[in-house]
Design a protein around this ligand. Structure first.
Ligand code: ATP
Ligand code: MG
Length: 256
């Protein structure tokens, strides 16, 4: 039975998609069966997995509003070694369409149910907002992975996310917990980043993942080749860090 993780942070450009596709590729390289759910109308996780988003006639949008079956929409990522439930701009309409629907926060959870025995991990890439789409991600998940840059305002933004997660936990999904905070785009030479990292550890203790993802240009280059960085340049420091993060997650789910 798959464990489902939502990669979320309402702040834009903090490394959610990079974390989703590289964790997926890392897990796949370690013999795990993985499904990536692209829950962002930007479709970056789809593109970064080598899936041409504009050519798709059916996407996660059609699955969410009940117009398509998940089995007919998921596609294999050749460059990633995992499956993808892809997204494109169509998904922007879901915010409006879902409002009127029954179980509007639980559409993704219901849609994933029939495929959970096919995977070990489901990773959901959320958009940069605490929107109905993100709520669908949080309702479907067993846990949340929060990528963050160790910057001055990072902790402030975190409290909104933590409050939303608490509310979802209390009202919609008693399973939900923060699995961990992942420090990304880290530059150890920056004193401020080191200080914020220390504060994080002091506040959140073992909720902070041991693995640290460095700032590494190969990770940023990989999406333009439609490949996760983990497979684009295996020897890069970024790829190695995400491989290690995959191992940390495999260990972590043994205790769940
Ligand atoms: P959005 O909120 O728009 O969905 P996001 O949180 O998904 O953004 P990404 O798209 O993963 O963030 O990353 C933002 C930018 O930073 C991208 O250009 C990405 O290639 C780059 N990036 C992410 N992680 C790293 C890293 N460790 N080193 C260098 N560049 C990185
Ligand atoms: Mg993204």
């Amino acid at each position: 039975m798959a464990k489902i993780f939502c990669v979320a942070n309402q702040k834009g450009g903090v490394g959610k998609t990079t974390t989703t596709v590289n964790l997926a590729a890392s897990l796949a390289a370690q013999k795990q069966r993985v499904l990536v759910v692209d829950l962002d109308p930007q479709g970056n996780a789809s593109m970064g997995s080598g899936i041409e988003k504009m050519g798709l006639s059916q996407t996660v949008y059609h699955v969410l509003i009940g117009l398509a079956d998940i089995h007919s929409v998921k596609i294999a990522s050749e460059t990633g070694g995992y499956d993808v439930l892809p997204a494109n701009r169509d998904l922007a309409g879901a915010e409006v369409d879902l409002v009127e629907m029954d179980r509007r926060e639980e559409r993704l959870k219901d849609a994933l149910a029939p495929v959970l025995t096919d995977y070990d991990f489901v990773l959901i890439d959320c958009p940069p907002a605490l929107s109905l789409l993100t709520l669908n991600g949080l309702c479907a998940a067993n846990g949340v992975i929060v990528p963050m840059q160790c910057e001055y305002f990072a902790l402030e933004g975190l409290s909104d996310l933590v409050n939303t997660i608490k509310q979802v936990h209390a009202n919609l999904n008693p399973d939900l917990t923060i699995i961990g905070l992942l420090r990304v785009m880290f530059d150890p030479r920056t004193t401020l980043q080191q200080q914020v990292s220390d504060q994080l550890m002091a506040h959140f203790g073992d909720k902070v993942f041991k693995t640290i993802i460095p700032r590494n240009v190969r990770l940023a280059e990989a999406p333009s080749y439609g490949m996760p960085g983990v497979n684009f340049d295996k020897s890069s420091r970024g790829a190695q860090a995400y491989m290690q993060f995959g191992s940390e997650m495999i260990e972590r789910i043994k205790t769940m």
